[in-house]
Design a protein around this ligand. Structure first.
Ligand code: PEP
Ligand code: MG
Length: 536
């Protein structure tokens, strides 16, 4: 009897961390080896630890060199900086001096540090605990003389946690990732989303056998182990549709049109230059949302004016005259930035985030505005402000922008005032949209939904509530009608725009401009092409 026939399909629920579907055998990634060193002389153990630290630094430096993605480089550079800080290994060296073996001393020295990060109130610092665990395990592997475990392409990796450096060194083609620990706002999850690697976190994956066939549904946050033929066919179909859609996009030429021939502007959402590498600018209508807060993540110091300018400039050059919509820093909420966002807020989503933080931290905001004003000279740059709630916030931003332009010109530096728009993601702004002097409007459905529905965008238990409802479409329609009346552009850049099943409802509200994750371009284009026109 075929023992496979006796297996039953198991569905393990977790939290979605990065969308997409992966199908393949499960592979368990082992944590670093348990302590096995015998321990030698004090001098020998001291040397062993120093060598392991050096070897780890060399590994990381080599990895940084291979990375094209600045987010990835920043994460690895952060780890190198930690290694270069003598304070990190000082407790371990002190324990070695007291007779401890190098590996035990290293663990005993660094674990309290990791625990400190894990218990931090600020989710940013909690997420950084995995960077430290990454470093701990890398050094331990060197002390144990191990080599990194290779991950073949096309497998679904199960691990307790995954160090960012291991994620970055892995070939994720056709693969997926399930982490028992971690959160959707961890660095690995951010990287998985930007690289299109399906991922879920949490879930009872203990005891699953390696090699067993599985499907990872990153959209639903579910791992289907040993899928029955019906489920398998359903997921195979989804995978096939995705790959057909990718091919369709590659072969596409010409404007995006509805079935009745109405043009729709279809743009992309990005977090940095890396995502632009694989996208032909002639296939999209520009960048509808560049989330600049990701330029501020995983680094020791905030990016300088010139660093930011170089990135914005390259985006404008990539777009070759098409619009590039850069959103000013939206730190806070689920996207804390160390040294910038306020620690210990009771409710960070209703706290000092987005424009509220920028107007508190004028030192940081002014630098960003200067970088943007310089880049506005090149190409078709547009700037938008997140979390605008009252008109005065936008007015203050406009005045600060004008000051930045004047200041630069006074210094003999070329600068321009780009169109200044606003995200419409706070219900108060959507309801009173007529009061805002914005050059364009971009609806942030992710936040709009959570604020209108009073359901956190990060709470899996409320997923059924944190969905577009009649109230949401009503507000979207209200904003679009206002924009149409005053001849300004209204677009939508939240995840709702990337859901092909919602496209018709959005077009029904009069929207003719959408901005989606690059992976959603093809299915959304197809959904637009099926749209027959607005009901009479
Ligand atoms: C939104 O809120 O819909 C949006 C696009 O912004 P973010 O997801 O970055 O908050
Ligand atoms: Mg938002």
């Amino acid at each position: 009897m075929d023992h496979r026939a006796r297996r039953t399909t198991r569905r393990i629920e977790g939290w979605p961390a990065a969308p997409g579907v992966a199908s393949g055998p499960l592979m368990r990634l082992a944590a670093a080896a348990a302590v096995a060193r015998k321990g030698g002389s004090t001098a020998g153990e001291r040397q062993a630890l120093a060598d392991a630290l050096d070897a780890s630094r060399l590994d990381l430096a080599a990895l940084v060199g291979e990375m094209k993605n600045e987010e990835a480089q920043a994460i690895l550079s952060f780890q190198i900086a930690l290694l270069e800080d003598e304070n990190l290994a000082a407790p371990a060296f002190a324990l070695i001096a007291d007779g401890e073996a190098a590996d035990r001393a290293w663990i005993a020295g660094i674990d309290p540090e990791i625990a400190g990060y894990e218990q931090a109130v600020d989710p940013y610092f909690r997420a950084r605990a995995s960077d430290l665990r990454d470093l701990r395990d890398r050094v331990l592997r060197h002390l144990a003389g191990e080599v990194d475990q290779a991950v073949p392409a096309g497998v679904i990796v199960l691990a307790d946690d995954m160090p960012p450096s291991v994620f970055l060194a892995t070939d994720w083609r056709d693969g997926g990732l399930v982490l028992r620990r971690g959160s959707p706002s961890s660095h690995v999850a951010i990287l998985a989303r930007s690289r299109g690697v399906p991922m879920m976190v949490g879930g009872d994956v203990e005891g699953l056998e390696a090699g067993v066939d599985a499907v990872l549904d990153g959209d639903a946050g579910a791992l289907i182990v040993d899928p029955d033929p019906v489920l398998r066919a359903e997921y195979d179909q989804r995978l096939a549709e995705k790959s057909q859609a990718r091919q369709a996009l590659a072969s596409f030429d010409g404007p995006v049109l509805t079935a009745s021939g109405e043009p729709v502007r279809l743009m992309i959402n990005v977090t940095g230059l890396a995502e632009l590498r694989d996208i032909d600018p002639s296939k999209v209508d520009g960048i509808g949302l560049m989330r600049t807060e990701f330029l501020f993540h995983g680094r020791e110091s905030l990016p300088t004016e010139d660093e930011q300018y170089q990135i914005y400039r390259q985006m404008a050059e990539w777009a070759a005259g098409k619009p590039v919509t850069i959103r000013t820093l939206d730190a806070g909420g689920d996207k804390p930035v160390a040294g910038l966002t306020q620690a210990g807020e009771i409710n960070p989503f209703l706290g000092v985030r987005g424009v509220r933080l920028s107007l508190e931290r004028l030192d940081v905001f002014r630098l960003q505005l200067r970088a943007l004003a310089r880049a506005a000279v090149i190409g078709h740059l547009k700037v938008m402000i997140p979390m605008v709630t009252v008109p005065e916030e936008l007015d203050r931003c406009r005045a600060l922008f004008r000051d930045a332009v004047e200041e630069l010109r006074g210094e003999g530096i070329e600068a321009a005032m780009p169109p200044l728009g606003m995200m419409v993601e706070v219900p108060a702004a959507a309801l009173a949209i007529e009061d805002f002097d914005a050059d364009f409007f971009s609806i942030g459905s992710n936040d709009l939904i959570q604020y209108v529905m009073a359901a956190s965008r990060d709470e899996p238990q409320l997923a059924d509530l944190a969905r577009p409802s009649r109230a949401i479409f009503h507000l979207i329609g209200h904003v679009v009608r206002h924009a149409d009346r005053c001849g300004r552009e209204a677009s939508l850049c939240g995840d709702l725009a990337g859901d092909p099943s919602q496209v018709a409802a959005l077009l029904d509200q009069g929207l003719r401009s959408l901005s989606v994750a690059p992976g959603a371009l093809a299915p959304v284009r197809a959904a637009i092409a099926r749209y027959p026109g607005r009901p009479a």
